[in-house]
Design a protein around this ligand. Structure first.
Ligand code: GMT
Length: 376
């Protein structure tokens, strides 16, 4: 089977998930065609079954806003026709679902039938998609999708609550390749970040408002007063500057390290003692799952789909959004008790195993079969 995958190629969770899915499917023998405006960041290495098609958006003096959606739809038509693509799987509704619908209609005129599946990831529903500017197109293109999936029960519920969706939405959770995140000793690297044996607290995200980066800093500020620790911040985005300023203001800049966007997240999770995720909303929280796969317990908010991965007081802790006091107390109790930290670490890893690639990817494969069967 040949599958066209459309995603954002950046460090966002939807792009990471889509790329990991494509790589896993290629390993199983599917022909995978990534169609996007840039090589996806996690699409490294060579695979005979993976193809990458760049969407070119020619500029013209008339265009203040180059029409990406039109360029994407045309590229989809071209890729489907020239590569015998059987189905399209688009990640993040905007504008991928409507571009796929347009491509499907164009191809239907030429007697080519190509179904498309839309996977909802989060802000495409909870933030951007809900904006009146986009909502009618999002609703229409979801209803025109041949199948819809959401990455958590919570996101499914949010979608049904805020959009008039006539189709079934299947939940297929995010996944992780547990073997890649095997707990491994990284003593030399850890010493660079924490030279005196301090605990390493990690946060990784795209530094958007929804991540509540200030809460990461305030929580860490309280932790480091009780437990010798360092804060490692991975990623970049609109809140990064504010975060650096806040660290200086609080006098903890020397205890923090901003390392920007990173590729080898496995190595970074491996040196962390604790992961902080104080988000306003997470449809799922892929970064938390990857941390847990590396045996790093997570202190997070109980927002969105996070409670679908973290069980409070067993493999991590959950607090109300903005409750910095509670998050820091949970972190201090965990970091100050080595036995508890060990127990939480193995419970976190065990929980991550339930979201292993081998359990989740077959759910997408069954859906592909089902959609193709009902389109024959
Ligand atoms: O909004 C983001 O942080 C990025 C976003 C994306 O779509 O790129 O991530 C979302 O998708 C991930 C993969 O499915 C989920 O694990 C994240 O929880 C989700 N982010 C939010 O809902 C805020």
């Amino acid at each position: 089977m040949n599958i066209g995958i459309v995603c954002y190629p950046t460090f966002g969770g939807s792009g990471v998930l889509a790329t990991e899915l494509g790589k896993a499917l290629a390993d199983k023998g599917y022909g995978i065609h990534f169609i996007t405006y840039q090589q996806p960041v996690r699409l490294t290495g060579f695979s005979a079954n993976i193809f990458y098609h760049e969407v070119r958006v020619p500029s013209y003096p008339l265009f203040d806003f180059p029409p990406y959606e039109t360029a994407l739809a045309s590229t989809l038509v071209d890729v489907v026709k020239n590569n015998n693509v059987d189905l399209l799987h688009v990640h993040y509704a905007i504008p991928h679902a409507s571009a796929a619908f347009m491509a499907k209609q164009i191809l239907a005129d030429e007697k080519i039938n190509v179904p498309f599946i839309t996977t909802l990831h989060g802000t495409d529903i909870t933030l951007v998609g809900r904006d009146k500017t986009y909502a009618p197109v999002v609703t229409f293109s979801l209803n025109k999708s041949d199948a819809i999936t959401a990455v958590s029960d919570n996101l499914r519920k949010e979608t049904l609550e805020h959009f008039n969706i006539q189709k079934e939405i299947s939940v297929i959770h995010n996944f992780v390749d547990i073997t890649r995140f095997a707990v491994k000793p990284m003593d030399v690297f850890k010493k660079v970040i924490a030279p005196n044996g301090e605990k390493v607290i990690l946060h990784a995200s795209n530094f958007r408002k929804v991540k509540r980066i200030a809460d990461v800093i305030y929580t860490f500020n309280k932790i480091q007063k009780a437990i010798p620790s360092k804060l490692l911040l991975v990623g970049d985005g609109p809140e990064r500057h504010m975060a650096e300023e806040l660290c200086r203001e609080l006098g903890i800049f020397e205890e923090t390290r901003f390392v920007g966007k990173q590729q080898d997240m496995e190595d970074i999770y491996a040196i962390a003692d604790l992961f902080l995720l104080p988000s306003e909303y997470e449809s799922f929280g892929l970064a938390a799952l990857e941390a847990m796969a590396a045996g790093t317990p997570v202190v997070a908010t109980n927002a969105g789909g996070i409670p679908e991965i973290i069980t409070h007081n067993k493999n991590g802790f959950l607090s109300e959004i903005g409750d910095v006091e509670s998050m820091s107390q949970h972190a201090i109790s965990l970091l100050g008790n080595d036995n508890m930290l060990k127990a939480f670490s193995s419970a976190a890893r065990k929980q991550a195993e339930t979201f292993d690639i081998h359990n989740i990817v077959p759910q997408y494969e069954s859906l592909y079969e089902k959609v193709l069967k009902s389109n024959r």
